[in-house]
Design a protein around this ligand. Structure first.
Ligand code: FAD
Ligand code: 2HG
Ligand code: ZN
Length: 461
């Protein structure tokens, strides 16, 4: 360790694993955004809460910023370390610590992968219902720090609903025990919820107690083809009235184009403008209700074609068309927007944004998809091959500014589930008032008085 600050850390905590190789700095210094050049000081891989506390105390003494790091699947630059920060990776704190059958809760270290939580819940014949395509690599700590959503929010809500208790090391090195797994607790402010969506700026989540629920009922998956955006919300209302929906997701023909180029199978003989993937409680009643809903939607002209899964393998194939979109677009390093409005506002908002993009930016390949049943749209813009990167980013920033203005008019949010991180900092004011922003900064000042935890993310300091 040639850097005197790192030498002091290694001396104070000889058992702490520290990485400084160029390949490690690069690997741990970036997330899925791929927009910034990683340049951390070093990577620390603690194995205990005490080590995390000691690292924070060292960081305070040496004025080194810390980037809390989970699976780095984030899409907003929250886990990027490009300014000489210490990356504090939770990846070695990845164990299940306990299960309580009466509380129906699972206590885990924050670095555990979402999929490992699913498996642990299943072993106890229960379920942890937050789910999305990055399940194998994202961590519970990262899910909590971003309030991750995913494909089952329509039925089970966001990560926030499932956090019963947290242990967090704040920016002063204090260990806070928040929530304690209580179902009921009216003893003042609930600091646990401050940590949800805090993007590593208020504390390092080291442990979480998660609520579990009954396993989902047997389900079927249906893929529907739609003629236009307007039909989307009609189909949603119609299905929601007749079926117990577990998911209701949409994507466009451009999304299908990219996924099928990456091995996805289009079950229709042709392509259509829009698609819905929906999962619902099956059984005889469920199937009959699905058929009735389908026929109603076809009769109204809202649905042009449809298939229903006959096996788990077929259900997985249909889901792949939706879940494979992000990975299929990754080679293009798309410019992403992740926005939300109230569900009731969605039709007007969709029409406005579609007009904005088709009229103002017809040269862009725009891939729309998302959790339409939650009012959450993902808008990925791909760079035309003949456009310079700087020009592309500048144009995309203009689009985002227009989107932010539309969101402000419609009372929406510039980040539905990915977080603000670095990518949407400049637009936070479209979602939060000045008074709110002042409060957020004030709270940060209390929990992280030196501004050492993920500085420059969410807001400038
Ligand atoms: P990271 O990327 O490592 O970090 C994210 C943020 O959390 C950073 O600000 C980081 O500093 C902070 N952080 C991480 N760990 C901690 C901790 N222990 N304590 C404090 N702060 C911490 N997101 C959705 O919401 N819904 C989706 O459907 C969805 N689908 C995705 C599909 C793909 C293919 C990919 C690549 C990503 C997807 N994401 C989705 C985005 C991403 O997976 C989530 O944001 C996830 O919650 C990030 O978890 P992570 O462990 O990778 O966090
Ligand atoms: C999803 O819903 C994720 O698939 C990723 O939130 C969205 O890649 C994106 O823009
Ligand atoms: Zn999403």
């Amino acid at each position: 360790m040639t850097d005197p600050r790192l030498a002091a850390l290694a001396q104070a905590l000889p058992e702490l694993r520290l990485l400084t190789d160029a390949a490690d700095l690069e690997h741990y210094g970036r997330d899925w955004t791929r927009r910034w050049t990683p340049a951390p000081l070093a990577i620390a891989l603690p194995t205990s809460v005490e080590q995390v506390q000691a690292v924070v105390r060292w960081a305070r003494a040496h004025a080194v910023a810390i980037v809390p790091s989970g699976g780095r699947t984030g899409l907003s630059g929250g886990a990027v370390a490009a300014n000489g920060e210490l990356v504090l990776s939770l990846e070695r704190m990845n164990r299940v610590l306990g299960f309580d059958p009466i509380d129906r809760s699972l206590t885990v270290q924050a670095g555990i992968a979402l999929e490992a939580v699913h498996n642990a819940a299943r072993e106890h014949r229960l379920a942890y219902p937050v789910d999305f395509a990055a399940r194998g690599s994202c961590s519970i700590g990262g899910n909590i720090a971003t309030n991750a959503g995913g494909i089952r929010v329509i039925r089970y809500g966001n990560t926030r609903e499932w956090v019963a208790g947290l242990k967090v090391v704040d920016g002063r090195g204090e260990l806070l025990e928040l929530g304690r797994g209580l179902v009921k607790n009216s003893s003042g402010y609930d600091l646990r919820h401050l940590m949800v969506a805090s993007e590593g700026t208020l504390g390092i989540i080291v442990e979480a107690t998660l609520r579990l629920t009954d396993p989902p009922p047997p389900t079927s998956v249906m893929l529907l083809a739609l003629p236009d955006f307007a039909a989307l919300m009609q189909v949603f209302a119609s299905l929601r009235a007749r079926l117990q929906l577990e998911a209701f997701e949409f994507f466009t023909d451009r999304a299908l184009h990219h996924v099928t180029a990456h091995g996805g199978q289009n079950p229709f003989g042709e392509t259509y403008p829009y698609y819905v993937v929906t999962e619902f409680a099956a059984g005889e009643a469920g199937e009959a209700a699905a058929l009735a809903a389908f026929e109603h939607c076809v009769g109204e002209g809202w649905v042009l074609d449809g298939v229903i899964s006959q096996s788990q393998a077929q259900a997985a194939q249909l889901w792949r068309l939706r879940e494979g979109i992000t990975e299929s677009l990754a080679p293009y390093v798309p410019y992403k927007n992740d926005v939300s409005v109230r569900i009731s506002v969605m039709p007007a908002f969709l029409a406005e944004v579609q007009a904005l993009l088709t009229e103002g930016y017809p040269h862009f390949d725009v891939v729309w998809f998302g959790h339409i049943g939650d009012g959450n749209l993902h808008i990925n813009v791909l760079k035309p091959v003949d456009m310079a990167q700087a020009d592309f980013v500048a144009q995309c920033e203009r689009v985002t500014r227009l989107l932010a203005e539309a969101l402000q008019r419609h009372g929406g949010s510039i980040s539905a589930e990915h977080g603000i991180g670095l990518v949407k900092k400049a637009y936070l004011g479209s979602t939060r008032t000045e008074a709110e922003l002042a409060l957020l900064r004030g709270i940060r000042g209390v929990l992280d008085p030196d501004g050492l935890l993920n500085p420059g993310k969410l807001f400038d300091r």
